[in-house]
Ligand binder design. Structure first.
Ligand code: HEC
Length: 141
């Protein structure tokens, strides 16, 4: 039995698709691993390992409606420059202080950690690039 040309074409399209998806996820994995490293080293102290936050002071990042509903540009800025004052996250009010992100974290590491919180613990969010971090904070290496 000869393979029908149409099924050959379908197989080819399928292979190309697997190729594209495969390479994108390998790159994503590297970014997520880098982001997790920064998260565990720095953010985890306050926001906890699973992004669930802590008590009345540290708001959750996991399934945070604030994270999901605030513009990406603002989230990037707040994580880099720090944030204080009243905010509501998942129906609970917080009024704490998050210090600015230490300068030792590069634009690439910063982009990776923000991508990591946007896409962990059930969150589904965008990818953040080093260029977007640089736009918010031109002095960051
Ligand atoms: C020293 C403690 C501390 C560290 C470290 C810290 N944060 Fe925060 N973060 C806070 C506090 C406190 C707030 C709430 C600020 C307010 O009340 O206005 C906050 C708020 C946030 C918010 C917005 C609110 C929400 O829950 O969605 C995001 C997003 C966030 N932090 C991400 C990060 C990321 C990413 C890192 C690591 C790069 C980090 N934070 C490191 C204490 C911290």
């Amino acid at each position: 039995m000869n393979a029908h040309p149409k099924s050959f074409l379908a197989a080819l399209v399928g292979l190309a698709f697997v190729g594209i998806v495969g390479s994108a996820s390998a790159q994503d994995k590297a970014v997520m691993a880098k982001g997790q490293k920064v998260y565990n080293e720095y953010c985890k102290t306050c926001h906890q390992a699973n992004g669930q936050g802590l008590g009345a002071v540290y708001p959750p990042l996991a399934k945070s409606d604030y994270l999901m509903n605030t513009k990406k540009e603002q989230i990037i800025k707040e994580i880099i420059k720090g944030k204080s004052g009243k905010i509501k996250v998942n129906g609970k009010e917080y009024n704490g202080v998050m210090a600015a992100l230490p300068a030792k974290y590069t634009a690439e590491e910063t982009a990776a950690v923000i991508t990591y919180v946007y896409n962990s613990w059930g969150n589904k969010g965008p990818v953040v690039t080093a260029a977007e971090v640089k736009k918010a904070d031109p002095k960051r290496k």
